[in-house]
Design a protein around this ligand. Structure first.
Ligand code: NAD
Length: 291
């Protein structure tokens, strides 16, 4: 298999950091020219400090949006990543505020939304992107706490935030959820993660049906393998060799860079996708999955 990015075996302390990725990831292509698709919009992006969320934030800013990004509170490596994003945005002449939060808790999600509304006076785009995963080969050894934790980060935060943001959204505003190809492939060693990613797809559809008459669209992105800190910090913790040539088994023979995800979020957040809701974009390097 082609290892186009020379990804070698590695691990990181959880939750991982873009600053420590070897090689460094690409978040936005030098060729990407924004065309004012999101001028006047405010986007709240969870996990916008790193990986796919960082790529979404940078692309939104190139399109004229202001961004509020979250990182895990009391976590220095995430704070460093978040501050990198803030500096990048400010160097572009844009606006970015960073918010430490533990999204597993309803009250923290509600406080986050209130604070963002106070700082920006509105929210137009909510990207429920924060996520976590743990490898487990045998259901008998999957601890209840791990199961609940995966659901709390991946599913409950999406519910808490959507509920808190919805009263403030208006016609033309959007919600985007980051699911995964594993919500469809359901690998046996990611049973809790895959279940949450499937739940995100159904939540996307049901919420879309519920609020379509308000002119608010809800869509999902289901990435395949993408080069982010999540992999060294989770797969790498189990076995650093699992990270070597990450994504080499995808039909395209490689993983994606986060820069290949960002434009999809722009599409779903902007009026370019005005006739699309309740759908999932499969950015997975050529895997054919249904729905
Ligand atoms: P990442 O590590 O860069 O981002 C995950 C983010 O989740 C972290 O930055 C962190 O800020 C946030 N987070 C985790 N637990 C949290 C908590 N308790 N409170 C607050 N924030 C918390 O990794 P990524 O790969 O960019 O992940 C983003 C999303 O993409 C996730 O939902 C993941 O499941 C999904 N995804 C990733 C891949 C991939 O190959 N990287 C593939 C498919 C889907």
């Amino acid at each position: 298999m082609t290892n186009k990015f020379n990804i070698h075996a590695q691990k990181q302390e959880f939750p991982g950091s873009d600053a420590q990725l070897q090689p460094q990831a690409e978040f936005i292509s030098e060729d990407y020219l924004g065309s004012r698709k999101l001028v006047g919009k405010v986007a709240l992006i969870t996990g916008g400090d790193s990986g796919i969320g960082r790529a979404a934030a940078l692309h939104f800013v190139k399109e004229g949006a202001e961004v509020a990004i979250t990182y895990i509170k009391d976590c220095e490596m995430e704070k460093i990543d978040a501050e990198w994003v803030k500096s990048w945005v400010e160097n572009q002449g844009g606006t970015c505020r960073i918010y430490p939060v533990d999204l597993r808790y309803s009250e923290e999600c509600q406080n986050l939304v209130q604070q963002v509304l106070k700082d920006f006076s509105k929210i137009n785009i909510l990207v429920n992107n924060a996520g976590t995963q743990f490898i487990n080969e045998d259901l008998a050894t999957l601890e209840d706490e791990k199961w609940l934790d995966t659901f709390a980060v991946n599913v409950h935060s999406m519910f808490y935030l959507s509920k808190a943001v919805l009263p403030h959204l208006h016609e033309g505003d959007t919600i985007i959820n980051t699911s995964s190809v594993n919500g469809y492939l359901a690998p046996g060693n990611l049973i809790d993660y895959s279940t949450t990613k499937g739940a995100q797809i159904i939540f996307t559809r049901a919420l879309s049906n519920q609020i379509m008459n308000r002119g608010i669209r809800v869509n999902a992105v289901a990435p395949g393998p993408v080069w982010t800190p999540l992999q060294p910090a989770t797969l790498g913790q189990t076995d650093p060799q699992l990270v070597e040539n990450y994504g080499g088994g995808a039909p395209m023979g490689r993983c994606a860079q986060p820069s290949e995800m960002g434009p999809i979020f722009v599409f779903l957040a902007s009026s370019d996708s005005s006739y699309i809701t309740g759908q999932t974009v499969h950015a997975n390097g050529g895997m054919m999955v249904g729905g």
